[in-house]
Design a protein around this ligand. Structure first.
Ligand code: NAP
Ligand code: G4F
Length: 339
């Protein structure tokens, strides 16, 4: 891989699934990478521990800083201190179901948080006379009730506080681009998963449960709506797309997905099949706690623009994704071979 020397990136949300893959990717490309982490009473760096180096080494290229998207002062301070070339805002209260329980907090962090970073970046550009590129982690959830396939020109119809907050951040990103000439882009990413996916999102919840059932630690998996359809891809590939968006000549917005959609039921069936557990119906129960007051029924990405302008296309297929996740969770439980 061609190394890019002397570029500095700042990642909000570096401890998350995507943040950890993006940090790896940028380090691989030769960047100096700075990540913002929240103070927590427990360790929250498990996804990045493997790339974090001893702070005393001399050629260190990965740095962590305390900060929070709710804290404009610190965001501003970090920008002036780090002087990044690229900012990736991946930070969010990212759980759709939870956003119905904590809507105000979600709006503050997921929505206004992006505005805080944009405002700090604008101020930084004006005062430091330097340019900085900004990536906003927008979401296919913003399409909500708009029928599939969805692309960059489809209308938005948010169905949750999370989606409404993301739409605010999306619009702010566009506005800062148009009003102040900033290089600010929205990556409208459809669902992407991995062995590092948070344990309460449906795919990981399923693959973890499959592994635990396989070793006899659990008997049953309780889920909500099995009919919802999602366009599920593999997270590391999606971070490559995010990076490519910031390497273009002109800032723009892009839809990223596989173009294929599967129901939660299909994901469950495939995961139990891969683990060799037989009929999934024996193990899966219904719990209304996991239903949402308003649901997004069907998401399928139309990614023609990303293919044409970014040369990006998803490679990992649905069965491959399920297998990657089931095998990883089985390994965690000590099962090294599923054949
Ligand atoms: P994730 O695993 O939930 O990671 C979210 C990150 O945001 C974590 O690092 C989290 O820190 C951080 N965060 C939460 N509240 C914060 C706050 N107040 N201040 C600063 N940081 C905060 O999410 P992900 O799956 O990696 O997704 C990355 C981004 O893409 C999110 O914005 C998400 O909404 C968006 N997105 C995701 C998908 C998807 O399918 N994965 C699709 C479209 C868009 P802690 O570790 O301390 O909690
Ligand atoms: O895995 P999920 O919680 O993901 P959801 O709601 O699609 O949101 C994810 O993808 C978005 C992109 O479109 C991101 F912006 C967002 O940050 C997040 O990463 O739920 C997927 C589907 C839903 O229809 C849900 O109702 O699975 C259904 N589901 C059924 N049973 C369940 C469950 N979801 C969860 N989390 N837990 C269940 O037990």
């Amino acid at each position: 891989m061609k190394k890019i020397k002397n570029k500095v990136a700042l990642i909000f949300g570096v401890t998350g699934q995507d943040g950890s893959f993006l940090a790896e990717l940028l380090l691989d490309k030769g960047y100096e990478v700075h990540g913002v982490i929240r103070r927590a009473s427990t360790f929250n760096t498990s996804r990045i521990n493997h790339i974090y180096e001893d702070p005393h080494t001399t050629d260190k290229r990965f740095f962590l800083h305390y900060g929070d998207l709710a804290d404009a002062n610190t965001i501003r301070k970090l920008l002036y201190m780090i002087m990044p070339d690229e900012i990736y805002n991946l930070g969010a209260q990212s759980h759709v179901r939870v956003s119905f329980d904590i809507p105000e907090y979600t709006a503050n962090v997921t929505g206004v948080g992006a505005l805080r970073v944009l405002e700090a970046a604008k101020d930084y550009e004006e005062h430091m006379k330097r340019k900085v590129k900004f990536y906003q982690a927008s979401s296919s959830e913003m399409f909500g009730a708009t029928p599939p396939p969805q692309n960059e020109t489809s209308s938005f119809y948010p169905r949750s506080p999370y989606a409404a907050a993301k739409l605010f951040a999306y619009n702010m990103t566009r506005n800062y681009r148009e009003a102040y000439g900033m290089f600010a882009v929205n990556g409208i990413l459809f669902n992407h998963e991995s062995e590092r996916r948070g344990e309460t999102f449906v795919t990981r919840k399923i693959t973890r449960a499959v592994a635990r059932i396989k070793v006899g630690k659990e008997k049953k998996l309780f889920l909500g709506n099995l009919d919802a359809k999602r366009d599920w891809g593999y997270a590391p590939e999606y971070m490559e797309a995010a990076w490519r968006m910031l390497q273009t000549d002109r800032p723009d917005d892009y839809v990223i997905g596989t173009g294929e959609s599967h129901s939660v039921r299909e994901f469950v069936a495939e995961a139990f099949r891969v683990a060799g557990l037989g009929n999934w119906k024996k193990y899966v129960g219904f719990d209304s706690r996991y239903l949402r007051p308003t649901e997004v029924e069907s998401l399928i990405a139309d990614t023609r623009k990303a293919k044409k302008k970014l040369g990006w296309k998803a490679k990992v297929t649905f069965p491959e994704l399920v297998r990657i996740m089931v095998e990883a969770d089985c390994r965690e439980e000590g099962i090294l071979n599923l054949e």
